[in-house]
Design a protein around this ligand. Sequence first.
Ligand SMILES: NC(=O)C1=CN([C@@H]2O[C@H](COP(=O)(O)OP(=O)(O)OC[C@H]3O[C@@H](n4cnc5c(N)ncnc54)[C@H](O)[C@@H]3O)[C@@H](O)[C@H]2O)C=CC1
Ligand SMILES: O=C(CO)COP(=O)(O)O
Length: 344
Amino acid sequence: MTIAKSPLRTLVIGAGSWGTALATAATRHSHSLLFCRHPDQALTIEKHHYNPRYLSDLLLPLTLHATSDISVAIHHLQQAPQQSLIILGVPVIAMRETCQQWFTLLQQAQLEHIPIIWTCKGFEQSTGALPHEIIHQVSHFPHTGVLSGPSFAKEVIQHLPVALTVASHSYLVQQRTTDILHNSFCRIYHSQDIIGVEVGGALKNIIAIACGIADGLQLGNNARAALITRGLVEITRLGSTMGGDPSTFIGLTGLGDLVLTATGDLSRNRQVGLAIAQGKTLQAIMDSGITAEGVRCARDTLARATHLGIEMPITQAICRVLFEGIPPKEAVQQLLMREAKQEI
Ligand SMILES: NC(=O)C1=CN([C@@H]2O[C@H](COP(=O)(O)OP(=O)(O)OC[C@H]3O[C@@H](n4cnc5c(N)ncnc54)[C@H](O)[C@@H]3O)[C@@H](O)[C@H]2O)C=CC1
Ligand SMILES: O=C(CO)COP(=O)(O)O
C-alpha cells in the first residue's frame, strides 16, 4: 500500500533527536506528523526537510510533516482516531508537563482511546516516579506503553537496522506500534514488563557514564567488559526488586541498550563520562545543554537503592565522582579495592 492510501497516522510530540528519528521511521507506514515546540523548527522541517536544532546534517523524508500548532496536531488525529498512534518523545524531565497539557486536550477531543507510547529513560526527580507512574497519575487512559531498546537516533534516521521493544498490557498498543514502526530496517518486539523495560533503560545510562570515564582514563577493554557485566548485575538487582522480570534485563532494553550506550560514542551519557575523565566539570558539561539522563538518574537510583538496602557500588562510585568531586581515578581504586566476593 502506498503511504497516500495508508489509513495509519502518527503524532510524535517532542522534536528532539529521538522524536525526529521515530517520526521519520513512522513515515514508512503512516502519515507522520512531528509536533515541535518552536515554530521556526516546524517551518524548517516542512520547507527544507531537516531539523535545525537536532541532527541538522541529516535530510528527513519529504513525507514527514511538522507543526507547532496544537490544533493542527489534534486535527491530524481526528482524521483517523481508530488508526492512530501518539509517541511522547520528550525526556523524563518534561514528561509530567507534557502529559498534563496533551492529555487534557485529547480528552476534550474524545481521543483518549488512541494508543500512546513514550520513550524517556529515567525517574522523575521530584517524585522518583517511573514514566508509567507519571502517566497513571495524570490520566487513566486505557492504551499506554513504553518503547525502548538500543537505538541511536542518527542511525535510525539513516535507516540502519534497529530492534526495539514495546512493553504494554494493551494488545492495541503493541499492535499499533508494530503496524506503524515495524519495517525492513526496524524490528519491533513485544513485552508486558513495563517496569523491567523502564528500569533497564534508566539505569544503563549510569553505567554508560562509568564506561565513558573508564575509556577516557584509558583503563582498557578488560575494565569496560567488567563494568558492563557488573553494571548489569546492579541493574538486575534493583530492577527485579522493583518488580521487573529478571529476564528483561538480558534483553534488548537491558543488556542491549547497555552495550550500545556503554560502547558507542554517539551516546551522550558515555560522552559525559569521557568529558569527566578529561577533567571537565559536571557543571560545564551540563551547561552545554546535553540530554544525559544518567546524571540525574544516578543520584535518584542511589537514594532508592540505599532505601531498599541494595548494593550498587558502580552507581555509588559514579555519584561520588559526579556530585562529591572525587577524582575518577580515586573512585576506580575504591571500586577495585573492595573485598573479594562470590561473583553470582
Ligand atoms: N536520542 C536517542 O538516540 C534516544 C533517546 N531516547 C530517549 O528519548 C527521550 C528524548 O530524547 P532525545 O530526543 O534524544 O532528547 P533531545 O534533547 O534531543 O530532545 C528533547 C526534546 O524534548 C523537548 N522538550 C524538552 N523539554 C520540554 C518541555 N519541558 N516541554 C516540552 N518539550 C520539551 C525539546 O524541545 C526537544 O524537542 C529521552 O528520554 C532519551 O533518553 C531513547 C532512545 C534513543
Ligand atoms: O538511549 C539511547 C540509545 O538507546 C541514547 O543514549 P544517550 O541518551 O546516552 O545518547
